[in-house]
Design a protein around this ligand. Sequence first.
Ligand code: DC
Length: 435
Amino acid sequence: MRRPPVIAIDGPAGTGKTTSAREVARRLGFAYLDSGALYRAIGLSVLRAGIGDPDTLAFAKLLNELPIRAETGIGVFRVWVGETDVTEDLRDPQVAAIASKLAVRSDVRRRIDAWLRELSRLGPSVVEGRDIGTTVFPDAPLKIFMTADIEERARRRLLDLRRHGIETSLPEVVRQIGERDTRDEERKEAPLRRASDAILIDTTRLEFEAQVRLIVAAWYRHVRKTRRWCYAAEQWSIRSVARVLWGFHVEGVENVPTAGGVILACNHKSYLDPPLVGSVLPREIYFLAKRELFRIPVISGWMRSRNVVPIDRGGVDRTALAKAMGLLAQGNALLLFPEGTRIRRPGLGAPREGIAMLAARARVPVIPALIQGSWHGERGRRLGGGIHLRFGPRVAIPEVAEGRQGRILFPEIARLIMEAIGDLANAEESARISV
Ligand code: DC
């Protein structure tokens, strides 16, 4: 299986790496992995176990049996040692000093690298550290290297320590950071250095918001480049024509995850809906379409090359469902119409259960989308408002059990999804009213 993408953010202490990495992860809906916290967790365990010399059996045993557990979430990284959440204890400068000394050891580094690679399999992530772009994920699609003057870094670190009730002085922090820089840069194992393909960001005089925007923009640039040129060219043509003919406009594209499996659940009014939805996203997406449309060979070939998967209408098409599951599991975006067919009257139709089954089993985000006006567009007419497409925030789908027990919830899940789509219309109305 394809590994979910990683954004690698490296650099010395105090460059704003942690806060930026966390915020970038939050904005992109990625998990956040703090590799430094893992080094610190081992440091803390050594400190607590009272091991003075790591070249002992006691240390080897500790490293082998470490009860360290990392909990990752969107923009969140917490570390547990046994039953205790030690995330806050890891900030202690004493712990940082030991972590930096242990980080020169290859046994420690191998252990943490393996951990990070394992955690990164769970989904797209932003991974922060010193050697992420050079050693841990040398094939990361986006690498950032952050730097800043040492004085500025020390000032930031001092503020951070004070916020956490740790008192120290600026010269002392400059000395500590300088010492750590030297150790991190001069060690033999995976020294701190910029990967040749990493984007350099000097944060000495850069505001936080600007740092985050630079990284997010670089990521979107990367995502756009993953589309085939013919796909991207067609997207542009469709958007341009739709804008001129039907005043096509879009909102909320930022709600659509840029990586990983995702279901886009849209209401269905017209044949124009799939190309219109597909035309506005920075990544390629997959579509399902009734098999009859695949009868004409040339068109069939073109549709397949544009990620359209044939589906039998009427009964349950198990092959198509399995194919859809596979696409989502491989980290693709799939556009589905919960109503199953075009609804040729105002308002929304009732949802079918297929989408609920996919959402519950694939466990990927479901993003609602509402398209309005495309029905008239299909007939060559244009209503006052034109064609309007809006994406909303992720629908909260309850976890369901496997088998029959879980199936009972499918109608409810389908209803939740349809309701989220309907809410997008209300959001628009309330916005209009408030104007
Ligand atoms: O980023 P931090 O201050 O939490 O890192 C703690 C120590 O761990 C730091 O001295 C360097 C080391 N480290 C490392 O060697 N490689 C990493 N990928 C992350 C941290």
